[in-house]
Design a protein around this ligand. Sequence first.
Ligand code: ATP
Ligand code: MG
Length: 219
Amino acid sequence: MRTIALVTQKGGSGKSTLSASLAVEMQARGETVFLVDMDPQRSLATWARGRTDRRLAGAAVGPGQLTEVLGSLADRGVTLAIIDTPASLSAASEAAMLAADLIVIPVRPTIFDIWSSEATWQRVRALGRDCAFVLNQCSSLQGSRRVREGAAALAAMGGLLQPLITARVEFQDAMQRGLGPTELDPHGPAAEEIRQLCESIRRRMARDRFQGRSAPMAA
Ligand SMILES: Nc1ncnc2c1ncn2[C@@H]1O[C@H](COP(=O)(O)OP(=O)(O)OP(=O)(O)O)[C@@H](O)[C@H]1O
Ligand SMILES: [Mg+2]
């Protein structure tokens, strides 16, 4: 089983939205996915309860339960756990960072968000872990100077997953209907961004495995 944790102390960056969006697409690619919701707001666990998939489930999990829950998921045939965390550097986010094969830090392209993500990145490094950033809620003018500068700052820190994810109502509509953007409008641009992000994540995990940092992802 592979584990991805979405972590950042900055609220509203898109941890829960991207967790759900990635879960749907990863499931479509053959993974059996479990969403581990460590945020007391429980948005993701609530979203997952509205679904009836055989290969996509989720539940709220406290930091003290994480190791045991991940062990039992592997025993139950789950191939990919996606952990959503609260907007704080807390026992929950630290447990998630330590358990994950890949830590993803979603960042909006504003200077306050980038400063905040730098603090999260430093905590990741202090724990001896590695991470990748994803720029979320970018303006559709992706060539804008602010987005370009944000991308350069994050790439210099650790690594920026492609593509940049645009601010689109499709993400909000999909969550409201208990769907991923790839289900809401499979041919739309939000769906295409999520498919590309899945590819980047798979490549990144394969690279980490090659460098001896983690184990192989399920086919
Ligand atoms: N790419 C996007 N396009 C449009 N809206 C988005 C996008 N990503 C997230 N949002 C919206 O931004 C808001 C915050 O997103 P979300 O709840 O996923 O962030 P979060 O990091 O999980 O927040 P919290 O820190 O409160 O848990 C939500 O209203 C969500 O619908
Ligand atoms: Mg959230």
